[in-house]
Each structure stands twice: as structure tokens, then as C-alpha cells.
Design a protein around this ligand. Structure first.
Ligand code: ZN
Length: 513
């Protein structure tokens, strides 16, 4: 007589936790162990780990024919977290563990050959799946406990060994779920006041932070581009509780959480090297794992030496910048990763980096260098500033000008509140304003309208550039607390767009937009 046992579990698809039923059928016949339901990778190897762990725990099961079904079978399933539910179902099928404790409970964990229960990737996504689809109780490896318990509304229990779990299920070991601990965002970021000079670039950084605009800083080495970029996370509002969970989830799925910080409470800052591949940047592999743009979700993606990145690599950024997510297609499945990041790019003015009088580059070298930036991507960067090197004089003279990250952050928070009120509650930012709403929501006063009109006539600005200028001007007015966009807001937006007199340096191959 075949015996059937069913145990609830969950697994990670992209960054989403999905419920799965692990059905185990044990029947007489040749001792064959089969897993069906589109198992992939580590799932297929679970047999060895499960039987070794069971034997080590004192359960030597007589050889029978075992079929494991992972239902539903619509998507290929990967990961090592199925070991534990398979082991529990096997024991239940053989009446070696009480079935009464299995209802309303999901199990996830990788088994070691010695019967230990090892952490899995994406535990927080699994807890989120339980909150959404049930069951309400979840057993996870002890190493994943803090991370999973950050999700409210789920009873999470951490176990270290298979023996411990069996003791709990049989009622021999008393046990209480981990108390839910809500993550609290912390600000841990170098302060803006440590950067001397560079008033214009600091102002651009503040506008970028307030409206979610992308920014390109151009200047010779030593002008402080990297220093400034690293301070942007400190100018952005602290993560909300749900955002902490979102950031943690991406890092957990990527296998990048450490025990030092099991729940992410700071905005990410990612600075991949320019030799990175397209897969490394937007995500790749099979099963797909998040790339740098998703690890920068709700934080900052800093691309230093911007023109040195592969052209194809940069092209892959265009779609995620607009949609805030990235789709990765594989056989039988497409995975979507979140990618709402703020792009900060930096570049030297020419290959040697010196610019001006000290430059040793030929005209052709410089042209080739700038042409590498694709027009359409540069088109999506709202703010562009030129940075001169800070002179010794300036360093000595300029005392810290009193602009701390804290004072800027306060202005940014107020400007964002004005945007939220205007967009009717959703946390939209000016940078993401769709073209068809720009004209309606970016109202100009008469002087502002006149100046923009003049700009259009004098520089032949395209419709796209006008929209981008308006979005930036809207943010500048929001920082100043003005309901209509004025003349000075437009003037500053135009200046920050043109790169402050270094239009030549910033428009590759003489592009004028
Ligand atoms: Zn040069």
C-alpha cells in the first residue's frame, strides 16, 4: 500500500517567495528516489543529504520506492531549502513523526550530512510568502532566524538540527517562536561637511537627492567626485520599515547578507568596477541572481569612469532606469528584479584626466573617449556638473561651510513631502514624472515661462530636453518652497543641464541634444 504525506514549504523565484506543497509517496518496489515537479540544480541532489541526515539522526529507513512531487509544477525550482520538508514528509509517511504538528506549518532548510540545518538564500522572501499565502508558522534554519523574523505577521522558529525539529514536532522539546523585531533604519554615511569647496556640485547633489534625479559629474582626478557620490545616501530619507525588508530581500536572495547585518537598515551604495559584464550589472545566471542595479535598489548606483564601461553594458541600463525593474528571461521562466536606484556617474574630461593646459591627449583620442557614452543614455541623465580640482588655496581658506548632511537632508525631506502632496500620495518623485503629466504638474510663472521660451529659441532645445529641464526646475522650486516654477528655477535647471559652461566637455561628439 503506498503511503502519502504532504508538507508545506516555500521557495524563491526571483525575489518572490512562493508556496509549494512537498508530497512524498512511499511504496513497495525497487528502492528508487525520484523528484518530480521541475526540480533543478541542488534540488535533484537532495536525496543524498536527506538520507545521510536521517541516518545520522537515528532513522534508518528500510529501502522503498520514494516519489517526491513539488506542486505546483509550473516553474523550475532551485535551491537547497527543500531538504528539510522532504525529510519531514518522509518521516511522516513512515509514521516516525507525529502528523498532527505539521498542519499550518511550513518547513525550509538545507540539511548537512551530519543532520545539521543550514541557512538558505532568501529566507526573508519565504517569510513574506507565508504572510501573504500562509501557512502562518514557518520553521527556518537558525542562521536565518533574525532575517525571517523581521517580517510581521508570521510565527518564525529557528532550528539548528533535524533532531531538534523532530523533538519539537513530537512535543518533547518546548519551543516558542522568535519575537518579531521591526527593523529601524539607521543613518551611517560620511558627512557632506567633510568635502571642501565644490559648492555647485554639492548643490547638484542636493537637487538630485530631492527629486530623484540622476547626475553626471565631470572633472579631473582629485576634484572629489567619488567623495561626493559616497555622501548621497546620507542625503536621502531613512528607509521606511517596508523598504528595509525590500532591500534585505534582494541581498538575501543574492546570498550577500552577513551575520553582522542580518537585516539591511541603510540605503545601499554600489560602485561596480567598469570592467563589469552586462550580467553582473543587471543580473544573470541560471537561476537568475540580482545584479548591481538591484543590489542598489532604493539606494545609489555609482558608476565611476563612466565612459570606460562597455557600451553594450551601459545600454542595458536604459530600460531599468525608466521602469525601475529589470526582467531576465530564461527557458520556461522570466524573473523580475526590482531596480529603483539613483544613478550617479563620474568621468574624467579626457583619457589622461588632466584636461585643459596639462592635457596630453590628441583631439581624436578625446573624441573617441566621449563618443563612447551613448547619446540615449546620456539623455536620461538629468543633471550634469563640471568640477574643477580644489586648489590648495581653497582647501586652506574654506573652512567647513556649515553645510552638513543633516541640514541638507531636512530640506530634501521637505521637498519630497511637497512632491508627494502634489502627486496625490504615491511616493513619486519629479524625476519619474511621465512626459504627459509634466506640463500639467510643472506650472511656470510668467517670468519662468518667458525664460524657458527664450532657451528653446536660442538653443533649439528638444521637447525631451524641455521636459527634463522642467522636472529639474520643479525640484529646485520644491526645495525653495515655491508653488510655481520661477525664472531663477528655470535658469538654474538650464545651467545644471548644460554642465556649467563646460557644455563642450560634456556633450560627446558635439551633441547639442
Ligand atoms: Zn587628456
Amino acid at each position: 500500500m503506498p503511503v502519502l504525506a504532504v508538507v508545506d514549504s516555500c521557495w524563491v523565484h526571483g525575489v518572490e517567495g512562493k508556496p509549494v506543497r512537498v508530497e512524498v509517496k512511499v511504496q513497495d518496489g525497487l528502492p528508487i528516489f525520484t523528484v518530480v515537479g521541475l526540480p533543478a540544480g541542488a534540488v535533484r541532489e537532495s536525496k543524498e543529504r536527506v538520507f545521510a541526515a536521517l541516518a545520522q539522526t537515528g532513522f534508518r529507513l528500510s529501502p522503498r520506492r520514494v516519489t517526491v512531487n513539488l506542486a505546483p509544477a509550473d516553474l523550475p525550482k532551485s535551491g537547497s531549502g527543500f531538504d528539510l520538508p522532504i525529510a519531514v514528509a518522509l518521516l511522516a509517511a513512515r509514521e516516525r513523526v507525529s502528523r498532527s504538528g505539521l498542519g499550518g506549518t511550513a518547513f525550509v532548510g538545507e540539511l548537512g550530512l551530519d543532520g545539521s540545518v543550514r541557512p538558505v538564500r532568501g529566507a526573508i522572501a519565504l517569510a513574506m510568502s507565508c504572510r501573504e499565502h500562509g501557512p502562518a508558522r514557518l520553521f527556518v534554519p537558525h542562521g536565518n532566524l533574525i532575517e525571517a523574523a523581521a517580517v510581521p505577521g508570521v510565527e518564525v522558529m529557528g532550528i539548528r538540527t533535524l533532531r531538534e525539529l523532530i523533538g519539537i514536532l513530537d512535543g518533547d522539546i518546548g519551543f516558542r517562536p522568535q519575537r518579531h523585531r521591526a527593523p529601524v533604519a539607521v543613518l551611517r554615511c560620511p558627512d557632506l561637511s567633510e568635502v571642501r569647496g565644490q559648492g555647485l556640485a554639492k548643490r547638484a547633489l542636493e537637487i538630485a537627492a530631492a527629486g530623484g534625479h540622476s547626475l553626471l559629474m565631470s572633472g579631473p582626478p582629485g576634484s572629489g567626485k567619488t567623495m561626493l557620490a559616497k555622501r548621497l545616501p546620507g542625503l536621502l530619507p531613512p528607509l521606511a520599515e517596508s523598504e528595509c525588508l525590500e532591500v534585505t530581500r534582494v541581498h538575501s536572495v543574492a546570498g550577500l547578507l552577513d551575520s553582522e547585518e542580518p537585516v539591511k537598515t541603510t540605503r545601499p551604495f554600489r560602485a561596480p568596477h567598469h570592467t563589469i559584464s552586462a550580467g553582473g550589472l543587471i543580473g544573470g545566471g541560471n537561476p537568475p541572481r540580482p545584479g548591481e542595479i538591484s543590489l542598489a535598489h532604493l539606494g545609489v548606483l555609482f558608476l565611476d569612469e563612466f565612459p570606460e564601461f562597455g557600451r553594450q553594458v551601459l545600454e542595458t541600463l536604459r530600460q531599468p532606469i525608466e521602469s525601475g525593474e529589470v526582467h531576465i528571461a530564461r527557458v520556461r521562466q522570466t524573473v523580475t528584479f526590482p531596480a529603483r536606484f539613483q544613478l550617479i556617474a563620474a568621468m574624467n574630461p579626457c583619457p589622461c584626466g588632466m584636461a585643459g593646459d596639462n592635457c596630453v591627449c590628441g583631439v581624436r583620442e578625446i573624441t573617441r573617449y566621449r563618443v563612447r557614452l551613448s547619446g540615449p543614455l546620456l539623455d536620461r541623465i538629468d543633471l550634469q556638473v563640471w568640477m574643477d580640482p580644489v586648489t590648495w588655496d581653497e582647501l586652506a581658506r574654506t573652512r567647513a561651510d556649515g553645510t552638513t548632511s543633516g541640514t541638507v537632508l531636512q530640506r530634501v525631506i521637505e521637498a519630497r513631502a511637497r512632491q508627494a502632496a502634489r502627486f496625490g500620495g504615491d511616493h513619486g518623485l519629479n524625476a519619474l514624472l511621465p512626459a504627459d503629466r509634466v506640463m500639467k504638474l510643472c506650472r511656470l510663472d510668467p517670468a519662468g515661462a518667458r525664460l524657458l521660451d527664450e532657451g528653446v529659441r536660442r538653443y533649439g532645445l528638444s521637447a525631451r530636453t524641455v521636459h527634463r529641464t522642467l522636472r529639474v526646475a520643479r525640484t529646485i522650486a520644491d526645495l525653495g518652497g515655491r508653488s510655481d516654477i520661477g525664472e531663477f528655477d528655470v535658469a538654474e535647471a538650464l545651467r545644471l543641464r548644460a554642465g556649467s559652461g563646460s557644455r563642450d566637455a560634456l556633450s560627446p561628439a558635439g551633441r547639442t541634444d
